[in-house]
Design a protein around this ligand. Structure first.
Ligand SMILES: Nc1ncnc2c1ncn2[C@@H]1O[C@H](COP(=O)(O)OP(=O)(O)OP(=O)(O)O)[C@@H](O)[C@H]1O
Length: 336
């Protein structure tokens, strides 16, 4: 049973449809990204999931139960909500902001304090330094992390995020996104995240729902939207970013069969440790980044090692990697 399901959701404002007949399922622990141009209905759709907006027609199911079967306040206790404006309470300290929901839920004060401290530490906000500060003493990125800590405080199984990194500059944004991806706390959460940033969507999504004018244009794993666009809107939407996105969705495992066999027999040009090979699940993007950081060995091209099977690693050079990548893209585009 999916953790979260939307069935035929529709919402009008006046005579205009903001969301039209949208359905999706999110399995427990998975992340669905709602993506699309400004005004396409992403926020309206997200807010229908926690009943901040009530749909005209359609139904939201949480663990198989109709979201309308419980009062909205109760529903929202099981769903963290993170928004771009962060919405921290200005007269509360960082620790007090994080503790708001568990306190409302009547958790024991000692447990709330321990949880707050743990979360601040995990989100790189050492409590000694930050617990007693006020929101206006923090940078935008720090405030965003407090907002995330607050949404996680009561450990809700589902988290809804509306442009959670939207207010940050691109560099802070990329680094917070990396932290976010690696947070053990979030690995088991079911998440729905709104963004209009294509790279962000590809980094974070298990599934992407691409919307235009309130309607689903395509729903599927990122690589499917990229390699098998359902229509011209989808194709155009990723147009300018095609190559960068392909480098992110293709993994070493996808290109291993495109490598020339003689690569097996060049164990001399080791530079990225053979004892510490890259996993074949690494993206081509991350592999290229690794290659660009290692010094070229005296005798030739820089080489990384890729784990092919449990006992075999093989070296990979920049040109072979790019050739194999090109072949793999063609093969995947042309289909089976
Ligand atoms: N409360 C409201 N009253 C009237 N119209 C609204 C309301 N909320 C949203 N809309 C309209 O519904 C449409 C979808 O808005 P929504 O905020 O869901 O889009 P969005 O994709 O999240 O946009 P953005 O990326 O710019 O935040 C827009 O045309 C918007 O003007």
């Amino acid at each position: 049973m999916p953790a979260l399901e939307a069935r035929n959701l529709t919402k009008h404002y006046g005579s205009r449809a903001a969301v039209q007949d949208v359905s999706f399922r999110v399995e427990a622990g998975q992340t669905l990204v709602l993506l699309g141009p400004s005004g396409c209905g992403k926020t309206t759709l997200l807010r229908m999931l926690n009943r901040l907006v009530e749909p005209d027609t359609g139904v939201v199911l949480v663990n198989g139960h109709d979201a309308r079967s419980q009062p909205p306040e109760l529903l929202r206790r099981g769903m963290g909500y993170v928004i771009q404006q962060v919405g921290l309470l200005p007269h509360y300290t960082v620790a007090e902001n994080v503790a708001v929901v568990p306190q409302l839920l009547g958790h024991a004060p000692a447990a709330v304090a321990a949880r707050t401290e743990e979360l601040l530490r995990r989100l790189h906000l050492p409590p000694e330094q930050f617990a007693h500060q006020y929101p206006n003493q923090l940078s935008g990125g720090q405030q965003q992390r407090v907002g995330l800590a607050r949404a996680l405080a009561a450990d809700p199984p589902i988290i809804l995020l509306d442009e959670p990194f939207g207010a940050l500059d691109p560099i802070t944004r990329a680094s917070i996104r990396r932290e976010f991806r690696e947070l053990p706390e979030l690995r088991r959460k079911t998440m729905v995240l709104v963004t209009h940033d294509v790279t962000e969507a590809f980094e974070l999504a298990d599934q992407i729902l691409l919307l235009d004018a309130g309607r689903v244009q395509q729903l599927g794993p990122p690589r499917e939207l990229l390699l098998r666009p359902a229509n011209n809107f989808v194709r155009r939407f990723f147009g300018a970013d095609q190559l960068a996105l392909q480098l992110r969705v293709l993994r070493l495992a996808d290109i291993l069969c495109e490598l020339p066999d003689n690569e097996y027999f060049q164990p001399s040009s080791i530079s990225y440790s053979v004892n510490n090979p890259l996993p074949s699940t690494a993206s081509i993007h991350d592999t290229l980044e690794k290659l660009s950081h290692i010094p070229a060995p005296a005798s030739g091209e820089p080489t990384v090692w890729v784990q092919v099977s449990k006992s075999t690693a093989r070296p990979l050079t920049y040109p072979t990697l790019m050739t194999a990548f090109g072949r793999a893209i063609r093969r995947l585009r042309e289909g089976p």
